[in-house]
Structures are given as structure tokens and as C-alpha cells.
Design a binder for this molecule. Structure first.
Ligand code: PBG
Length: 325
């Protein structure tokens, strides 16, 4: 009888040994927590498809920001739900818009918390599209949208945003935003670009949360085809060339191969966005008693980090921070 000479189980025998040889560790400061800020006085509305995630009015968002900061999470990512939408998405760059007011309130309540703002028009256009739509062709006009996106980003910086994060996927938006920020004196505001963003079915619950589902058509004319990975590397390289300081791959779990390749080919910090649908799947299974939520979430987050993420954007962030500390 030939017994094994290589015994992998030697270092798995005890929790101590397993800890000693563990290659990937999660820390609260790996995370960014996304939040939905709604117009109104005292709003705390749970999103039906995202248990334990809320639309919050500004006062409640400031309290929630303090809570997550106290859990050790260094940053939040803000999405706005304005009370009015129009064709030109004016709410996106209004100095008194929902995000601009929320940034000021949160920075005042928790000055050390890093406030990242999502830069896109879809929450502010009547039709839910990420850019300005040509009335006759129905096409999303790239270059016209760039001007508005740049204005939006600069208005966020003026309000005190620490980082701006364009998620619209228009061509050339990083360069347009960088130029506008620099011209207005915000040369020190970093851009965290959603450089690789797929046209994904996993954004469904987010569109409930942000009330931003497109009224017609879809986002496939600007977001990437899930089948492509070489194209992701080009998207990423272009954003870096245009001046992105950090990049985001989105979604996370169905795209770990893309994340790995982007991480290997980028010399900037790489974030992975563990999106709404990824959150809701685990929540639904856990509520049915089909999955152990804590174990499943920690395994998923470890997988994302192991695949190369320096930063994880996740709705589970406060749970993870509480579990691991
Ligand atoms: C666009 C934006 C979306 C998400 C983040 N920014 C939605 C979309 O592109 O349709 C999705 C995030 C998630 O699903 O958690 N502003």
C-alpha cells in the first residue's frame, strides 16, 4: 500500500493552521457601501427587491453614513433619486440637487468618510437613459452627453465629493470630466471610472432602488456585451489613458475572469462592483433558508478579492464589517 508523501491536510487540521496559511483576507477598509438618497423629509423606504437596503432622505443618509463609518467602512457611493426628472437631466448638475445636498450633509456629519458620487444621467432623465436621447433616431448622443456628465461631476466636486465615479459608459467621458474638473480648480479630485461595465441582467433590483429603468430600449448601445473580454481590456486602457485614477469592473461574480485580467493589466487600484442582483440572489436564498447568508457572503467577497479586487463595492459591506471585526 503506497501512502501519500505530500499531505495537503497537514496545514488544514486546526483553525490556527488554516489562519496561518490563508492567502486572502477581508478587511472593513476594503469596502465601499452604496447608498440611495431620496428627496423628501424623513424617508426610510426599504427596496422591495433588496431587503435591508433603503432609500433614505438626506438626514437619514447622514445617520447611516455615520453608522457605516463607525463599522470601519471608509467610503460610501451615493446615488440620487430626485423628485423631478426632465429631458435634459437638469437635476444631475443642479448645485442644489439631491446629490449635491446629500454630499454636503454627509461631509458635515462625518468629515472623514470618503464620499464617492456616481456620475450618470439615468436617474435624472425622464426616459431613464444614461445620456441625452435624439428625439428622432432614439439614439443616445455621445458628445452632447459628455458636456452634461462633466458638469455633473464638477458640481459633485463643488459640493465636496471626494471621488467622482462615472458609470454612464459614453466614449471619452473620463477625459471630458478630467478637463472640466481641472478647469474649475478640482485638479485633486480623483476619478474612479466604471471602465468595464457590462449590459447586465443583474442591475434589475438597482433600477427599482434608483427608479432608473429605461422607459424604452436598453443599455446595450453603450454597456458592454457580456461575451467579451478583450474589449474590456481596451475599455480599461482607454479610461487609464484619459486619466482614470481607479477603475471599476462591474458586475463582479459572473465576471471574475474579467476582473483578474483587468487587475493584472492595470497599475491603478481596481474595484469590483458586487451589484444589486448579486446581493438580492443571496438575500432571497437566505430568506428561504436555502443558504447560510453569512458563510455565502464571506465566501463570495473572498472570491472577489482573490480574483484581484483591491476594493469591493457591496450592499453587504456593513454586514461583512460587523462579521469580521
Ligand atoms: C447607472 C448605474 C447602474 C448601476 C450603478 N450605476 C445601473 C445601470 O447601469 O442600469 C447598477 C448597480 C447595481 O446594480 O447595484 N447610474
Amino acid at each position: 500500500m503506497a501512502f501519500p508523501t505530500q499531505r495537503m491536510r497537514r496545514t488544514r487540521r486546526t483553525p490556527g493552521l488554516r489562519g496561518l496559511v490563508r492567502e486572502t483576507h477581508l478587511r472593513p477598509d476594503d469596502f465601499i457601501y452604496p447608498m440611495f438618497v431620496a428627496a423628501g423629509g424623513d424617508v426610510r423606504r426599504e427596496i422591495s427587491s433588496m431587503p435591508n437596503v433603503f432609500q433614505l432622505s438626506i438626514n437619514n443618509a447622514a445617520l447611516e453614513a455615520k453608522r457605516v463609518y463607525d463599522l470601519g467602512i471608509p467610503a460610501v457611493l451615493l446615488f440620487g433619486i430626485p423628485d423631478a426628472k426632465d429631458e435634459a437631466a437638469t437635476g444631475a448638475y443642479d448645485p442644489e440637487g439631491i446629490i449635491q445636498l446629500a454630499v454636503r450633509a454627509i461631509k458635515e456629519a462625518v468629515p472623514e468618510l470618503i464620499v464617492v458620487t456616481d456620475v450618470c444621467l439615468c436617474e435624472y432623465t425622464e426616459n431613464g437613459h444614461c445620456g441625452i436621447v435624439d428625439g428622432s433616431s432614439g439614439e443616445i448622443l455621445n458628445d452632447v452627453s459628455l458636456e452634461l456628465l462633466a458638469r455633473t461631476a464638477t458640481s459633485h466636486a463643488e459640493a465636496g465629493a471626494d471621488i467622482v465615479a462615472p458609470s454612464d459608459m459614453m466614449d471619452g467621458r473620463v477625459a471630458a470630466i478630467r478637463a472640466d474638473l481641472d478647469r474649475e480648480g478640482f485638479e485633486n479630485t480623483p476619478i474612479m471610472s466604471y471602465s468595464v461595465k457590462y449590459a447586465s441582467a443583474f442591475y434589475g433590483p438597482f433600477r427599482d432602488a434608483a427608479e432608473s429603468a429605461p422607459a424604452f430600449g436598453d443599455r446595450r448601445s453603450h454597456q458592454m456585451d457580456p461575451a467579451n473580454v478583450r474589449e474590456a481590456l481596451r475599455e480599461n486602457a482607454l479610461d487609464l489613458e484619459e486619466g482614470a485614477d481607479m477603475v471599476i469592473v462591474k458586475p463582479a461574480l459572473p465576471y471574475l475572469d474579467v476582473l483578474r485580467r483587468v487587475a493584472e493589466s492595470s497599475d491603478v487600484p481596481v474595484a469590483a462592483y458586487n451589484v444589486s442582483g448579486e446581493y438580492s440572489m443571496i438575500k432571497a436564498a437566505a430568506e428561504n433558508g436555502w443558504l447560510d447568508e453569512r458563510a455565502a457572503v464571506l465566501e463570495a467577497m473572498t472570491g472577489i478579492k482573490r480574483a484581484g479586487a483591491d476594493i469591493i463595492i457591496s450592499y453587504h459591506a456593513p454586514d461583512v464589517a460587523a462579521w469580521i471585526s
